[in-house]
Design a protein around this ligand. Sequence first.
Ligand code: UD1
Ligand code: CA
Length: 420
Amino acid sequence: MQDNIMAIVMAAGKGTRMKSKKSKLVQKIYGKEIVKRAVENAEKAGVKEIVAVVGYMKEEVMEVLGNNISYAYQEEMLGTGHAVMQAQEYLKGKRGKVLVLNGDVPLIRPETLNKLIEKSIENKEYATLLTAIYDNPTGYGRIVRDEGGNIEAIVEEKDTTPSQKEIKEINAGVYCFDIEELLSALEKIEPNNAQGEYYLTDVIKIMNEKGLKTGAVIVEDNTEILGINDRIQLEMLTKVLQMRINTEHMRNGVTIEDINTTYIYDDVEIGMDTVIHPNTIIKSGVSIGEDCEIGPNSYIREGCKLSDKVKIGSFVEIKKAIIGEGTKVPHLSYMGDCEIGEKCNIGCGTITCNYDGLHKSKTIIGNHSFVGSNVNLVAPVTLGDETFIAAGSTITDDVPAYALAIARQRQTNKEEWNKK
Ligand code: UD1
Ligand code: CA
């Protein structure tokens, strides 16, 4: 737990390359906004007090981040150093450490943030940076070290000398600072650089000149520090997150047949020996038991809770469905807002009619029930235990336990009719 650690998330920038009517920071990766991910990473690292510096489209950004965090306002984009200065009032009089994070870097692992904090405390560093080694460092600030390996300065791409351009170690935009020394260094930064901006990165040089120790942690997984500027990077980061989540489930004993076409959102629980077939989407918050089979081509939406040994077959969409042990929904169904008991069979093409244009209503199906193919369950409706619903029925009334329900017109055959 990082009790006395604060975090500042820089989220005032514009992001023109996204070509969007919205701020780039509220673009979503797997259903969650970029800036929200940046803030949640700090929260998951145990940081309690978070300040977001907002500016461009601030209402939109603040709506996404909610009111559990504080806000500072940057009116003009005068650089990252200027952005942090706007949060001064939250830092003044405080002692301890502050994490500073780029709001457009969403995939940092909380463990990495903790590593940064721990190193800065253990080594008594006044600034600890996260850096990475990139084959193509173009666009990033370069880490300039002396012969002894100490960090001398961070030089932005546009300010590099030809030899500095060759440096492969880059600044990730993630820092842990001593609060008092950060405030004092921020007062000394000046916009005398190629972009005419107040660079947060100049703080390192200023601290070094004062004889304060600084250091770095080199990130192990370079994908953690990828930023987002356009929609191509948005897709790239989605892929990175997809691989990260899917492999995590695989390590926990879930079989995923095709890692590339399985989309599992954050915070999904899946039990051991469950098999996920290709082209399956599982939304946040869903929980799936052990020995289940899901897909191919199925969509498990929000609010679903599946017990053990459930089968959700091909082309099935379920939403807010609580499904008991051993129940099967094998093909082409929509089951929404429902509770289905144990060991039921829901026939091909069966759907819950859960929406009347105004309200969502619930369908309840008791244990050991058999619903034939192509049944419409017009909610609200309850089927008791061990009911049997004839294929093609449109069920509008409750069905008592052990009953057979048939709700369809009888067939008439007109003999010889088609000989005309
Ligand atoms: C910054 C670093 C660079 C590093 C890179 C990593 C500086 C000077 N440079 O460069 O060394 O390699 O991040 O991604 O810090 N922002 C504001 N207000 C501003 C300017 C920026 O809130 O006035 C926010 C942006 O919304 C963004 C973050 O700060 O979330 C970083 O700004 P950006 O302009 O992307 O910095 P880089 O040029 O990428
Ligand atoms: Ca950036």
